[in-house]
Structure formats: C-alpha cells, structure tokens
Design a protein around this ligand. Structure first.
Ligand SMILES: [Zn+2]
Length: 254
C-alpha cells in the first residue's frame, strides 16, 4: 500500500484520500475536515441508469463523483414521465446537501454517465458539518450554487428553444465528463430535455449538419465547443459564473 500523503491522516488509507481529492468540492478540504469524512468512505463504481436515491427515499448516502461520472436530478411526474432539473459531476455531491439526511428526497438522482464515486454516509457528513464550520460553510455555498442551477433551468425551459437548451445540456455534461465523447442515446437526451424522441432526432441532426457534434451509435461526440457556446442560450455561462463567485476555490480545481 502506498504511504500516506502529507494531507492524509496517517490512519486513513492513502488511496481513499487520493480519490477524495479527485472530487473538486472535497479537494478543497484540509486534513481536519478530511478526517471527519473519510472513515467509512468507500469507492463505488456506478453504471449508467443507476438510481442513487429515489423521490421519497431517505438520503442515507451521499455520493461524490471522482471520475467522469455524471448524475442528474430528475423530477418524476404521476404518469412516470421525468425531466431533468440539475446536472452534477466532480464539482459537487448527490444527496446530503439540501436535506439533513434523514428527510425524504424530492427528486430522483440517476447516473447519466458511468464512473466512480466516493460514497459517504450522510449521517457522517452531517456530523462533520456540525463539528466543522468550514465544512458547513462549504456545503451551504454548494447548496446555493445547486439552487442557482435549478432556478436557471426553470427559466431556461420556459424561455429558450430546444436547440439552445440542447447545446446548454451538451456543454454542461461535457465539462463534467472531462470528455468530448458522451455515451448518451437520443432517447435518454429526449427524456432529460422533456421532448419527443422524433423532435430530439431532428434537433441533433441539425447540430450534426452544422458541424457542432457527430452522432455515433449510443454516443454523441462534440466537434466544436466554441460552436456549442455560440449556439447555446446564456444559461450555461450564467450558472458557471455564479458557481465561480460562490465557490471560487472549487472552480479553481477545474
Ligand atoms: Zn437557457
């Protein structure tokens, strides 16, 4: 086993501490806060489509993406249809942020792109926040940044056309995936954006013809980030600008 790094408390596995630092939110923590969270933390591999927490469930575990894993918070309607309200990757956490843990989740959290997560018991996270003002402050600011993303999505869905929303979604996901190649089907993207599959096919075909993306079997490959930025609504940049102001030390990790 590798020796403990200087920032890793001696009795904690160095490998786990290193994985923790791959999450941009957790990477900003000092040794004292890491020691509050790390015991019992485990690395889990998650497949696309995995439901991390469902609407109405107690939020017993909090997940911190540590690779290109990307999750979505989706709201489930009575007829079973869903639409996305927020996207979360290495800059954040799923669960244990807004509620205090043993409260039911409102949204369903689902894995969009597969990868690794550090799983920490929400009760441990809450106990850590109670003991460390720095930890409490970090998660309070993250909750604000997440709320900003949700608020922007509400307005975006009402005011902006599908092609712009689609470009926003692709930018937001590629930033978190750290890749220009996204393992996403048209059907899944249609579900996330709350549109019919045929409508999604037309919109993606148009972006393909304009040279912004290339579609492959079960994948979308980004060909021009600049083109997507120019064709997106203002919402991706606006949410990131707020994130940078609220959590500058986390944004700097990127
Ligand atoms: Zn928008």
């Amino acid at each position: 086993m590798a020796a403990a790094t200087p920032s890793s408390p001696a009795h904690l596995p160095a490998a786990t501490s290193e994985r923790l630092a791959q999450n941009r939110l957790l990477a900003t923590l000092g040794p004292a806060e890491r020691e509050l969270l790390l015991p019992g933390a485990e690395v889990v591999e998650l497949a696309a489509g995995t439901v991390l927490v469902d609407s109405g469930d107690d939020v017993l575990s909090t997940y911190f993406p540590i690779s290109g894993m990307v999750a979505a918070l989706v709201v489930v309607m009575a007829d079973g249809s869903v639409a996305e309200a927020a996207t979360i990757g290495r800059e954040g956490a799923i669960g244990g942020v807004v509620s205090a843990g043993h409260k039911p989740a409102f949204a369903r959290a689902i894995v969009q792109l597969p990868g690794s997560c550090l799983r920490i018991e929400t009760a441990r996270l809450e106990a850590g926040k109670a003991r460390s003002p720095r930890l409490h402050d970090l998660f309070a600011r993250y909750a604000d940044a997440l709320l900003a993303q949700v608020l922007q999505s509400v307005v975006c869905n009402v005011l902006h056309p599908l092609d712009q929303r689609c470009c926003r979604w692709l930018l937001s996901t590629m930033d978190r995936a750290d890749s220009v190649e996204l393992e996403i089907t048209q059907e899944f993207l249609a579900q996330m954006l709350g549109v019919q599959r045929t409508t999604m096919t037309r919109t993606l075909g148009d972006l393909d013809r304009r040279g912004l993306i290339r579609q492959a079997r079960g994948r979308i490959i980004i060909r021009s980030r600049e083109g997507l930025e120019a064709s997106s609504c203002e919402c991706h940049a606006s949410v990131y600008r707020h994130f940078r102001r609220i959590l500058p030390e986390v944004a700097a990790q990127g």
